[in-house]
Ligand binder design. Structure first.
Ligand code: CMC
Length: 423
């Protein structure tokens, strides 16, 4: 039997029955009864903007799957490039497909010399790396004008490969620029994660050798951050993409959304919060001040997860592996205490606020030597594949341009007053 809801317009007595399909009701069906009456949904918290077959989240149960595969299994057995392929193509690659994809990515890791020499040199010496990433990704569209041909599947696929390959290069270039060190060219003999670390850290040595445990940690962090369905930046990618902008411009917009402290900036905020708390003794007082409305507990709460974020559980384990190599981050004890105090507190439990992915990721990034400004950049690198998977999916479905309505609350019509008569 088909499940449905019936709504009645009490002004006219008319009713419409709307079927519930895949856990959703069609707003278009609903609107037939209510032309000119809009669904008021600030923050789009109860709106499904699209159909998508990429990522499944059950926020109540704390479940996250990419293309049906549980995130725990992907984090355990996969590499970031396998996961990027999965997100883009819907299936895990067989060996030959993965080799081809990896090789293609490697070949596209280089950026145009004008980007490196002229574009980056134009930034102020203390430019935030996320600002540099937003603008340099947007600038890529000027190097690949073919990217405008968004209706050609092969052209779309090529830009996706370029973006996944070049974002780490731009990210590392932004970092090297901000510390005044020379740019390190990609090393195509290294894996995706190793090459990123090489571009970040290589000094005078001829070849950068990274600790395998740290490389694996980066792979896992990249896998965990690769997609998260219709979050703020992915929605931005889709909204800009729905206007048929090229993928570099849409991706730059998505990175700009990710720059915000409520989204990709949260792990930076976590680290600043833990540093300002300073000691275990200060934790209860800090929690009290949050409950009194003085700021938020950064790295806690989520629009979708009303349970422990499954990514946070995996990251907590990874943190211990990293600290075995790097030594323990002294802020870890404060984080653990904060989690313990908050989880036992009625304020947080009644609002179902649990640690999210950002609560522990900043501690790992700091232990790995990344400056806090780079944290959102480290989020943007893997999320690029998720954004592109959604962008392609949207274009394949020939989605309409995003154009929501509003509830107008401004002035009624009033006559214009010339400047001389005002005041
Ligand atoms: N600390 C204290 N109180 C909180 C927090 C928090 N971190 N998050 C939510 N609340 C309270 C909020 O004050 C509200 O209380 P009340 O009902 O009394 O007014 C209630 O919980 C519901 O909050 P909301 O603002 O309606 O929740 P939201 O779904 O709009 O916001 C959020 C989600 C992630 C923006 C928010 O929880 C937050 O600001 N968290 C801290 C920042 C953070 O960690 N962001 C990273 C998100 S995960 C990365 C990603 O996937 O992008």
């Amino acid at each position: 039997m088909t499940e449905s809801v019936t709504i009645t317009d009490n002004r006219t007595g008319q009713s419409v029955e709307v079927p519930i399909v895949d856990g959703a009701v069609s707003a278009a069906e609903w609107a037939k009864l209510l032309p000119g009456i809009w669904f008021y949904d600030p923050g789009l918290g109860t709106t499904a903007e699209c159909e998508s077959a990429i990522t499944y989240i059950d926020g109540e149960a704390g479940i996250l799957r990419y293309r049906g595969y549980p995130i725990e299994q992907l984090a355990e057995g996969s590499t970031y490039l396998e996961v990027a392929y999965l997100l883009l193509n819907g299936e895990l690659p067989v060996r030959a497909e993965l080799d081809r994809f990896t090789e293609e990515i490697r070949q596209h890791t280089f950026i145009h010399e004008n980007m490196r020499k002229r574009f980056f040199d134009g930034f102020h010496y203390d430019a935030h790396p996320m600002g540099m990433l937003v603008s340099s990704v947007a600038a890529l569209s000027t190097f690949y004008p073919e990217a405008k041909r968004i209706d050609e599947p092969e052209t779309r696929r090529r830009q996706a490969v370029r973006l996944i390959a070049k974002v780490p290069t731009l990210a590392a270039a932004a970092h090297r620029f901000s510390i005044g060190k020379p740019f390190v060219y990609p090393d195509v003999s290294l894996s995706f994660a190793e090459n990123f670390l090489s571009m970040m850290w290589r000094g005078a040595e001829p070849r950068f050798e990274a600790d395998p445990a740290l490389v694996r940690a980066i792979e896992v962090l990249f896998i965990l951050h690769a997609d998260h369905e219709q979050n703020c930046s992915t929605t931005t990618m889709r909204v800009v993409g729905s206007a048929h902008a090229d993928p570099y411009s849409a991706c730059a917009a998505a990175i700009a959304a990710l720059y915000g402290p409520r989204h990709g900036g949260a792990n930076e905020a976590v680290l600043r919060m833990l540093t300002s708390i300073g000691s275990l003794d200060a934790v209860p007082e800090f929690v009290r001040s949050v409950k009194e409305g003085h700021g938020r507990l950064q790295g806690f709460g989520h629009r979708v997860y009303k349970n422990y974020d499954p990514r946070a559980k995996i990251i907590r384990e990874v943190a211990y592996d990293v600290f075995e190599v790097t030594g323990k981050n002294p802020l870890l004890d404060i984080a653990l205490k904060l989690e313990e105090v908050a989880l036992a507190d009625e304020y947080f439990s009644s609002r179902r606020l649990y640690p999210n992915v950002d609560f522990y990721s900043g501690l790992i990034y700091q232990a790995l030597g990344f400056p806090v400004e780079l944290f959102p950049v480290l989020f943007a690198i893997p999320r690029t594949s998720g954004w592109l998977a959604h962008w392609s999916e949207m274009l394949e479905k020939n989605t309409r341009i995003a154009r929501p309505r509003q509830v107008y609350t401004g002035q009624d019509e009033r006559p214009y007053v010339p400047l001389a008569e005002r005041g």
